[in-house]
Write a protein that binds this ligand. Structure first.
Ligand SMILES: [Zn+2]
Ligand SMILES: [Zn+2]
Length: 152
């Protein structure tokens, strides 16, 4: 069984345990982001590239992170509700969706109301809205930033 088959098995089992049947799991081709929760399609995906490189614990954590998003709902972002659900699931990581290289070095973590995550080395000087939710500046998709050095 390949690593990807194993990941798929865990993912299917996790989804069956925590979410209803309308949710599905798949792989995507993202190079830097580890996982994604697509509320529109009700689909959780994990980067094929990172799934092949990450160890088991790390992939498991990525899955828990995304399942918590699915449970918390699209508006929750990485706010208190998401954090509580993630903790209950056994998630111990941070609030980013990026690969290990980016997250370990970046200081600022941001998320839009729909749960898209971003990392920055410096705090953005002005308000930024989520480029994945809207191509133009959109007040409803403002990214909120967290200082990772101060967050526990
Ligand atoms: Zn997240
Ligand atoms: Zn967004």
């Amino acid at each position: 069984m390949s690593d990807l088959d194993r990941v798929r098995r865990w993912a299917d089992a996790l989804l069956a345990l925590h979410l209803d049947e309308s949710w599905s799991f798949g792989f995507d081709n993202a190079a830097r982001r580890a996982g994604l929760c697509d509320f529109g399609k009700k689909r959780i995906t994990v980067s094929r590239h990172l799934a092949e490189r990450f160890d088991d614990d790390r992939i498991h954590q990525v899955l828990l992170h995304e399942v918590a998003h699915a449970l918390a709902g699209a508006g929750a972002g990485h706010g208190p509700r998401w954090r509580e659900l993630a903790r209950d699931l056994g998630y111990v990581g941070g609030t980013t969706h990026d690969g290990p290289i980016a997250t370990e070095r970046a200081r600022w973590s941001g998320s839009c109301p729909a749960g898209h995550s971003f990392v920055r080395f410096r705090r953005p000087g002005r308000e930024v809205s989520c480029g994945r939710c809207s191509r133009r500046f959109d007040r409803g998709s403002i990214i909120t930033w967290v200082d990772l050095r101060r967050a526990s």
